[in-house]
Write a protein that binds this ligand. Structure first.
Ligand code: SF4
Ligand code: SF4
Length: 311
């Protein structure tokens, strides 16, 4: 008997995912917006987004043997304690273990389940390829893309990772999530400390604290340092203010995503006193490895400076 979508979703739930949906690989309806966004330079130095554009616009190019994508959501939410609001602040997604491996391990088990049930192709991606995750999740019926440009699931908000399994199984697809449930709300756009939204759903990454503290390799522009509001790695403001998160976000059940408080009580020179080898040993398998020790030194100084200047 062919595998039912219900069985796939039940397995995803058994593996701890918040929700799962199934969609096809037809081209995106937002190709022109992506081209325009790239042309405006809003991707900053993330050149890989230019290189990946063709595949992001036409997900069938990602895997020519696949005909469906199983999209899963993985909750990482944890509530802020008073200490989380003090510099050096860390975005919720990065407070636990590095999510790539945690998510991928469970996605691999979902892929194994598909193969046990007849799939020849079942390839997994957790922010590791040119996959337009948010759009695929919306097409798979899991939620809408909010004005903060993130996927919002009405039952739980936006604090979730998106994982995908590309498969050749001819699974029936879910209807897309058609509604825009932001309505007249503009809280995320109004609350952004650096005015990073050029318009609703148009993020100028070069002004976004997440980009500046994680992807950006040069010094953080002087004009933006006072606006960091204590953030040293990422930023949650446009999610924290969203009514759907305030109302529906629940703490993660995944132990690896729970806060490790790695920077709790750290002074501005915390990373200055550390060598490369010690950084690699203590932080090599954490999200802080992406900006590296040089980036983290820069970030901590900027995070504390932003609060001092604001006082
Ligand atoms: S993550 Fe922070 S800086 Fe970036 S758009 Fe959201 S509120 Fe603005
Ligand atoms: S804060 Fe308001 S406008 Fe922004 S994503 Fe949430 S509901 Fe939409």
């Amino acid at each position: 008997m062919p595998l039912s979508p219900h069985a796939v979703k039940a397995e995803a739930g058994r593996l701890g995912f918040l929700a799962a949906g199934i969609t096809d690989l037809k081209p995106t309806a937002h190709a022109a917006e992506l081209d325009d966004w790239l042309a405006r330079g809003y991707a900053g130095t993330m050149r890989y987004l230019h290189r990946q554009a063709k595949k992001r616009k036409d997900p069938a190019r990602i895997d020519r043997e696949a005909m469906r994508v199983v999209v899963v959501l993985d909750n990482y939410f944890s509530s802020d304690t008073p200490a989380d609001l003090e510099p050096p602040r860390v975005a919720k997604y990065a407070r636990g273990d590095d999510y790539h491996g945690v998510l991928l391990a469970r996605l691999d088990r979902l892929a194994a389940f598909l193969r046990q049930n007849g799939a020849r192709v079942a390839r997994t991606y957790s922010d590791t390829g040119p996959v337009p995750e948010r759009e695929l999740a919306q097409r798979a019926g899991l939620g809408w893309i909010g004005k903060n440009s993130l996927l919002i699931r009405p039952e739980s908000g936006s604090f979730c990772f998106i994982g995908t399994v590309f498969t050749d199984l001819a699974l029936p697809i879910d209807p897309p999530f058609e509604l825009d449930r932001c309505g007249t709300c503009t809280r995320c756009l109004d609350a952004c400390p650096t005015d990073a939204f050029a318009a609703a759903r148009v993020l100028d990454a070069t002004r976004c604290i997440a980009y500046l503290t994680i992807e950006h390799r040069a010094p953080i522009p002087d004009a933006l340092v006072p606006k960091l509001d204590g953030w040293a790695f990422g930023c949650d403001v446009c999610q924290d203010v969203c009514p759907w998160n305030i109302r529906f976000a629940k703490p993660t059940a995944t132990a690896e995503y729970r806060p490790r408080e790695r920077l709790r009580g750290a002074a501005p020179d915390f990373f200055d006193e550390m060598g490369e080898a010690e950084f690699a040993e203590r932080f090599g398998d954490t999200p802080f490895a992406r900006p590296g020790i040089g980036g983290m030194r820069r970030n901590l100084k900027a995070a504390f400076a932003s609060r001092n200047r604001g006082e």
